[in-house]
Design a protein around this ligand. Structure first.
Ligand SMILES: *Cc1c(COP(=O)(O)O)cnc(C)c1O
Length: 378
């Protein structure tokens, strides 16, 4: 017997159902739309390892063109994109990668730069507290012949970096300086969409400041998975061989490429600037969270420039575990001091966050709920 589909039970396009609507831990929790499911159904189903899949090839070419580069490779995660990019830029140890001390490649990629590329890491703390500048790099990069030193072969920039934008002018100065010394530049653009969304520059502007740029589709763009490495044809050809060697060559990759492509169109747009409202909307949400915190006397660890808010929980003496568990009690997901906003959060989640802030701060003030009730009665 034919049954009509119960759309309310479909997770696609239903952030309330997937939990994304109440989840402030990260933008990776965003889930794909029903149009994305339809896009998957329309994908070609040919073999991408044989270079025969049109959907994947068209998406790669589109991304390369938007970034002003010759070629691109679709990969499964942002981490794989970064590691393949670094591995293809590095030739022979000893070599080192200079990067922000907070960068994803240091803290969140399982140490892969050391075992895949044999690279030493030069972790630099930006003097301005937000992002690396040419001054930071000039001070720490190694490009002389001193045999004691491990030469800097790659500068790895992350934009946005912990939610802060590296301005185009800084990126350009760094690229020009690196070019003069034969140092290559990798741009971890997992959240480059957010920077472009603020109008800080176009995709092409930023991608022109790096030899290889990586882009992630599974953050605030809500693709189920997928990332891209963009660069010269030569570099991408070399990278695709390493991708295959690591088991990252995908057969009917079109189903993932179609989903990622749809996500880019839906939440960013079809060009080199952002033409969809969702990213800006999530930046306004971040400002709202920042305001809610500072209105209660809280301090921020960084400016909320895009979709991340860094709450100085320590300064307010709020314990991280109780912060998370108060969130859970009220039905929202939190992960310590970093609050990430994304376009799938619902209005109710923000009211709940207000309640959580009050309760967490009251707990500090009064020690316990009973004490609070007693004191406020006096
Ligand atoms: C999320 C992210 C990545 C890649 O993460 P995956 O989970 O592997 O897709 C890389 N760099 C930055 C800055 C990120 O935020």
């Amino acid at each position: 017997m034919a049954r009509t589909t119960d759309y309310s039970s479909i997770a696609w396009g239903n952030p309330e159902k997937t939990g994304a609507a109440f989840d402030f831990r990260s933008d990776v929790v965003t889930t794909p739309s029903r149009a994305t499911l339809a896009a998957i159904a329309c994908a070609t189903l040919n073999d991408d390892v044989y270079n025969e899949d049109t959907t994947t090839a068209e998406f790669e070419n589109d991304m390369a063109a938007r970034c002003g580069h010759e070629a691109a490779a679709f990969v499964i995660t942002g981490t794989m994109a970064n590691q393949l990019a670094l591995r293809s830029l590095l030739y022979q140890p000893p070599h080192s990668i200079l990067t922000d001390a907070h960068s994803h490649i240091i803290h969140w990629e399982a140490g892969a730069a050391s075992f895949l590329s044999g690279a030493a890491i030069q972790a630099v703390r930006p003097v301005n507290g937000r992002h690396l500048t040419l001054d930071d790099i000039r001070k720490h990069a190694i490009w002389t012949d001193d045999v004691h030193k491990c030469p800097t072969r790659v500068i790895s920039l992350e934009n946005t970096t912990s939610g802060n934008i590296i301005p185009l002018s800084d990126m350009r100065m760094i690229k020009a300086w690196a070019d003069d010394r034969g140092i290559l530049v990798h741009l971890d653009g997992a959240r480059l969409w957010e920077a472009v969304g603020t109008g800080a520059g176009t995709l092409r502007d930023f991608a022109q400041c790096a030899h290889l740029t990586t882009l992630d589709f599974s953050k605030n763009l809500a693709a189920p998975m997928g990332a891209m490495v963009v660069g010269s044809r030569r570099a991408i050809t070399a990278l695709k061989r390493i991708r295959k060697g690591l088991g990252g060559g995908m057969r009917q990759a079109g189903i993932l490429a179609a989903a990622a492509r749809q996500s880019v169109f839906e939440h960013f747009g079809g060009g080199i600037v952002c033409t969809q409202p969702h990213l800006i909307k999530s930046h306004l949400m971040a400002q709202r969270v920042a305001q809610a915190w500072t209105n209660r006397g809280g301090r921020l660890l960084r400016d909320a420039e895009t979709n991340m808010v860094w709450l100085d929980l320590n300064a307010s003496a709020v314990d991280i575990n109780s912060w998370n568990s108060i969130g859970k009690k009220h039905g929202i997901m939190l992960n310590g001091k970093r609050v990430v906003t994304h376009h799938q959060l619902c209005e109710a989640a923000f009211s709940l966050l207000d309640v959580v802030m009050d309760e967490a701060l009251d707990l500090v003030r009064y020690g316990s709920n009973e004490e609070r009730v007693r004191k406020t009665k006096l």
